[in-house]
Design a protein. Structure first.
Length: 364
């Protein structure tokens, strides 16, 4: 369910022609203590390969509901200014529902000229003072959510993954790395009031959809006094190299970051209804001089499973099928236990969070 954000053009000669997050230094982070409006703002491009994504993950431990909302700006062939949106909702009872609009007409898409706000048909995302609002008005799912950011906006280095020969790029940042979230969601004929945690990342790119990035790992891990965020992705054409981001924060302050960490998939087990096994543990270790983060993530419940390609528009599905037959996503609840060593002191960061494991069945 990642739409065109999951498409990357990979240099034919492999990872040596890709530059990841130029200027980023692994380890202790200084600055990034304020909400940065520029990290929210849209940057429309004229290229037909332009895509810009606002990805919202929300987890509500009670009653165990996961909500994902994506708002996407993109061009389509010789036209420009379209939007696409989706929302997914899952709960412990096994209910999994989604509502998708692939192409909202440019006449119904508005980018606010000041501050930050985007209207896409009936949907709206906006920053109002120090609060961030998400309104989704789908045919089968409706939701309203208010984010109260707990730490400043964050970007690793220049935020870019750049393909040197072509100049194509992906830009990643975290306008909201960590927030308290309240709101309501209506699905399956019922309205549920929610209170929990989440984040929002903002990515944009000039990349052809002719090559598919089909392997992802992500974890959003929260405690009352700290958070750990992990995102990584790869493709066979990257020759075993992962594009990856790791961040640790406490209220009001980003503490530690890495784009050169170790991440291991452990204890794979079959998943009923899915042809791709899912690891039941992940081991993480990031080092920077005398500072480090290390620990494990343990999957406790797989709550969502889906073949991503089945939900793509026909054109994207056709292009992806040149490389893979299926791409499966498993979204899960997890327990985690980490130790962070910073400035000569060690602290434990442990609790419950959610994660996403995405793996492709390669074309034979």
């Amino acid at each position: 369910m990642v739409l065109a954000a999951a498409w990357l053009l990979l240099a034919a000669t492999g990872a040596k022609d890709v530059v990841f997050f130029q200027g980023h230094v692994n380890g202790k982070v200084t600055g990034f203590d304020k909400t940065d409006v520029s990290m929210f703002q849209a940057y429309p491009q004229s290229s037909k390969f332009y895509t810009e994504v606002y990805f919202h993950e929300m987890q509500f431990a009670e009653p165990g509901i996961i909500v994902i909302v994506q708002v996407q700006l993109h061009n389509l062939g010789i036209w420009s200014g379209y939007a696409g949106t989706f929302i997914t909702v899952s709960d412990p009872a096994g209910n999994y529902v989604n509502d998708i609009e692939h192409t909202i007409d440019p006449a119904k898409v508005k980018i606010d000229p000041q501050g930050f706000g985007i209207t896409a048909g009936q949907h709206r995302i906006e920053l109002v003072g120090q609060e961030y609002h998400v309104k989704y008005r789908g045919k089968t799912i409706q939701g309203e959510f208010t984010y109260q950011p707990l730490t400043g906006s964050f970007q690793q280095g220049d935020g870019k993954q750049v393909f040197k020969k072509s100049g194509d790029f992906v830009r990643y940042n975290f306008p909201i790395p960590w927030a308290k979230i309240t709101g309501t969601v209506t699905y399956n004929g019922k309205t549920v009031k929610l209170s929990g945690m989440g984040s929002m990342n903002h990515d944009w790119q000039i990349l052809s959809p002719t090559r598919y990035m089909g392997d992802w790992r992500a974890a959003w891990l929260y405690t009352p006094d700290a958070t750990v965020g992990i995102v990584r992705a790869t493709s066979p054409e990257l020759n075993g190299v992962w594009s990856q981001r790791l961040m640790v924060a406490e209220p009001g302050k980003i503490l530690f970051s890495s784009h050169d960490y170790k991440f291991e998939d452990l204890d794979p087990e079959p998943v009923v209804g899915g042809p791709v096994p899912c690891p039941r543990r992940f081991r993480v270790e990031a080092k920077a001089g005398e500072d480090w983060l290390k620990g494990e993530i343990r999957v406790t419940r797989i709550q969502e499973k889906a073949n991503i390609l089945a939900g793509y528009p026909p054109l994207f599905r056709k292009l992806a099928s040149l490389l893979v037959s299926e791409t499966w996503t498993y979204r899960f609840w997890c327990d985690f236990n980490f130790e962070l060593r910073l400035d000569g002191k060690t602290r434990t960061i442990a609790g419950t969070g959610t994660g996403n494991y995405v793996s492709s069945v390669k074309k034979k």
